[in-house]
Write a protein that binds this ligand. Structure first.
Ligand code: DX5
Ligand code: ZN
Length: 218
């Protein structure tokens, strides 16, 4: 009996009004708020530094899930922890020592996640699971919202579910999740669904009920 959580990505929000956007998605039933941090190096896009994430913090009353798409990642873990992240996820591909990275995240007292790009086999996290609160299966190549779901990753989710067994580790799916693909990832074994464009599509701070309708569809 797994509780399914929806974590809207504010990458698709109105960048001029994050406070109102975060309040609106939480009012309409978001379980977590997903924050996509990009460095223009690990991924070909740039987003939020620690001061921006710190500014989001007072608006988040649920759980702030910070997805770091940056390399190197270790020098910035402390800053994102201090900015108020509840969960910090790093990529297994971000450097040669993901085990050390997870230890560093745990040392801040925050929950620790590890993400896999679509081309990375599930075995890459096999010996990291004891340090993880969550594994993220990327179902698009990270960098942008609004991309098409990569169906080959369903098999990876199912294999990960088998590898995790009864351990209390979330499986998050990130990229291209919408009303059509959400049932597929839940059936494969995911329990946290990130959704950017599918939640914010057609939305604005003037019509927050749109987010609720979109989340309900997912
Ligand atoms: C992609 C990000 C995702 C993205 C999801 O690099 O990690 O969180 O915003 O957006 P959609 O749901 O539009 O694919
Ligand atoms: Zn993300």
């Amino acid at each position: 009996d797994r509780k399914i959580r929806i974590a809207p990505s504010i990458l698709s929000a109105d960048f001029a009004d994050f406070g109102a956007e975060i309040r609106a998605i939480e009012d309409q039933g978001a379980d977590w708020v997903h924050v996509d941090v990009m460095d223009g190096h690990f991924v070909p896009n740039l987003t939020f530094g620690p001061p921006a994430v710190k500014a989001f913090r007072p608006h988040v009353t649920t759980f702030m899930d910070v997805h770091l798409m940056i390399a190197p990642v270790d020098p910035f873990i402390e800053a994102y922890a201090e900015a108020g992240a509840d969960m910090i996820t790093a990529h297994v591909e971000a450097g040669p020592h993901p085990h050390r990275t997870l230890q560093a995240i745990r040392a801040t007292g925050r929950q620790a996640g590890i993400a896999l790009n679509p081309g990375t086999p599930v075995e890459a996290v096999e010996y990291l699971l004891d340090l993880c609160d969550m594994v993220v299966v990327m179902t698009v190549n990270p960098g942008f919202g609004g991309q098409k779901f990569i169906h080959s990753q369903l098999d990876k989710i199912a294999r990960l579910r088998g590898m995790i067994g009864d351990r209390p580790i979330h499986i998050q799916v990130d990229g291209g999740v919408d009303a059509a693909t959400a049932p597929l990832v839940v059936t494969a074994g995911a329990d946290v669904l990130v959704a950017g464009s599918a939640v914010f599509r057609g939305g604005s701070v003037a019509s927050p009920q749109v987010y609720g309708a979109n989340m309900a569809a997912i």
